[in-house]
Design a protein around this ligand. Structure first.
Ligand SMILES: [Zn+2]
Length: 147
């Protein structure tokens, strides 16, 4: 693959970091609630990433992982908040944050996999679960592929 294209893809696709602590958020504060799943979405800033898209990603992730949990709390945050990553999962309060400008190819699903693994008492500290490559394959690319 062309090196420039690959570099551009990496910027778009890079996955996430995760924190053992909390996000400091009030999870009662959100703009969107899906009453069927419990999914909540908060917007710190405007984002082209719609609640409908996030719900689709949640339903897809449940189906693909064959895991279950009530819907997560997802916040769209100021662009560049955790560069070079596009997403973050806070285990302390089970909050997902997504860069509001992220193109989000698999990034939302990637963070949801972290959440589902955590909720189900499975590995949460790394990306060793096969579910990342199975259900969010583009999010698992990282620096080691830059050459
Ligand atoms: Zn991750």
């Amino acid at each position: 693959m062309n090196r420039l294209i690959l570099s551009v893809l990496l910027i778009v696709l890079v996955g996430c970091d995760h924190q053992t602590g909390g996000s400091g958020r009030d999870k009662g504060d959100y703009e969107y609630l899906d009453t069927q799943t419990g999914l909540r979405v908060a917007y710190d800033v405007p984002s082209p990433i719609t609640p409908d898209f996030i719900k689709e990603e949640w339903l897809y992730t449940l189906q693909c992982t064959e895991l279950y949990a009530s819907g997560p709390y997802v916040a769209m945050v100021k662009p560049g908040s955790f560069l070079p990553y596009s997403g973050m999962f806070y285990r302390g309060d089970e909050v997902i944050e997504i860069d509001a400008d992220c193109l989000c190819i698999d990034v939302v699903a990637h963070e949801m996999i972290h959440y589902l693994l955590f909720e189900n008492g499975l590995a949460v500290d790394n990306h060793e679960s096969v579910l990342f490559s199975k259900c969010a394959p583009f999010s698992t690319l990282n620096e080691e592929y830059i050459y």
